[in-house]
Design a protein around this ligand. Structure first.
Ligand SMILES: *Cc1c(COP(=O)(O)O)cnc(C)c1O
Length: 417
């Protein structure tokens, strides 16, 4: 074992993601009084701007000093009562953990077990909601992006299922590994509780639980009888109204969030979604066309643009690939969780990253696979990704042609001049 590995660590777990230098610098601040007359400037600006990230104008966004798991709990306990019925599907470790939490909090969860590699089963949701004539189901859970398996579900489809059944249940969505990376439309899809965290698409360290709450869900808070204390939204609403928090906020995280929002608005949300798809397609080209391996996601309609779970061949252990990648090449790949432990390794491709950073992850994963005896063709993953990226636009075409138009007209002008 080398005493020190020089160079930077390649962090390719699907959260925490790489924190941009600008955000790191923004967080290097002296502590200050969070009850000062100046503090609301910062808090109201981040709370308001987060609404753009969730794509909501009618809802409200809340920030808790917790990880995403805290926002899961805040969503459930502020809008439901003990014994309330919830409909949920389980197809990976994160959808499982939210269900487990709901059960431990005393809700009655109707769990649909789905193959790991698929997403929310829309037909079954609609069928169950239609059959619930007494409207006993109070909440419908959906994990937008199942980070354990690299599966993205159709949240607009879940809304359609609810509407088709004319069902009033609240729609709870886990958007922790999709927000600010994959298109998420809180108002358009009428998502009532949208859960997220700071360490994925928002490019911050872990430490903030972020929760979008619809107008309808705000109306459910007073009647919700679940016990809550630290995560009580009533206290938060009251304090936030004047730009304060009911307890000490995580100040450097808020400064970091301010800077990460600036970075996001500079690039533009739609350009960010486009970039994530483009980068993900390159990774998928490496996995499928280059290495000849399979993704855990069983069909293209489930493919996630933020994380790929790669299935290693029968008889080999994905944990060995991850271990060699880390110890020998200073590359952190995501582990297979629970049911897929040893069967998959994951490449996170979300947040502040580009083609050549991903080339490091692809090359490192390839070397580690070869080192543990997995027969992939050396260079095949890198070659397939390169071919994809070289032949596709990294930004939406419309913008490219606008630039081209600009340069075209500019050069014509200079010739005439
Ligand atoms: C990361 C993640 C969470 C939250 O995890 P925390 O460690 O509590 O931030 C929840 N759901 C999904 C889908 C995730 O990827």
């Amino acid at each position: 074992m080398r005493s020190r590995i020089a160079g930077r660590n390649f962090l390719f777990v699907p959260g925490p993601t790489n924190v941009p230098d600008r955000v790191q610098r923004a967080m290097m601040v002296a502590m200050e009084d969070h009850r000062s007359s100046k503090f609301p400037e910062l808090s109201t600006s981040v709370l308001n701007d987060l609404k753009n990230i969730f794509k909501t104008t009618t809802g409200q966004v809340f920030i808790f000093p917790s990880s995403g798991t805290g926002a899961w709990e805040a969503a459930l306990t502020n809008t439901l009562s003990p014994g309330d019925k919830i409909l949920a599907a389980r197809f990976g470790q994160f959808s499982h953990l939210w269900i487990d939490m709901a059960q431990r909090l005393g809700y009655e969860v109707e769990v649909l077990d789905v193959e790991w590699g698929e997403g929310v089963p829309l037909d079954r949701y609609e069928e169950i909601l239609r059959a619930d004539k007494l409207q006993q189901i109070k909440g419908v859970l959906a994990c937008h992006n199942e980070t354990a398996t690299g599966v993205t579900s159709d949240i607009a489809g879940v809304r359609r299922a609810l509407d088709a059944a004319d069902h009033p249940a609240l729609l709870f969505v886990d958007a922790v590994s999709s927000l600010a990376s994959i298109d998420f439309r809180m108002d358009e899809w009428q998502v009532d509780l949208a859960v997220s965290g700071s360490q994925k698409g928002l490019m911050l360290p872990a430490g903030l639980g972020i929760l979008g709450v619809s107008h309808k869900a705000m109306g459910a808070i007073a009647g919700a009888k679940s016990r809550r204390c630290y995560f009580d939204l009533a206290a938060m609403i009251q304090a936030n109204a004047t730009g304060y928090f009911p307890y000490t906020p995580a100040l450097p995280m808020l400064y970091g969030l301010r800077e990460s929002l600036n970075i996001i608005f500079e690039e533009g949300l739609e350009a960010i979604f486009f970039r994530h798809h483009y980068l993900a397609e390159g990774v998928r080209a490496a996995v499928i066309r280059g290495w000849g391996l399979k993704l855990c996601a069983t069909e293209p309609k489930w493919y996630s643009d933020t994380v790929s779970a790669i299935v290693v061949p029968e008889g080999s252990n994905a944990a060995h690939v991850i271990d060699v990648a880390f110890r020998r090449y200073n590359l952190a790949l995501g582990a297979g969780l629970a049911r897929v432990a040893g069967k998959v390794f994951r490449i996170g491709h979300l947040g502040d990253l580009n083609e050549l950073m991903l080339m490091g992850a692809i090359a490192g994963a390839e070397m580690a696979m070869l080192d543990v005896g997995i027969k992939v063709t050396p260079g095949s993953g890198v070659a397939a990704a390169a071919e994809y990226w070289r032949s596709h636009d990294p930004i939406p075409r419309k913008k490219v042609s606008q630039e081209e138009q600009f340069y075209a007209s500019h050069s014509t002008g200079s010739i005439q001049g």
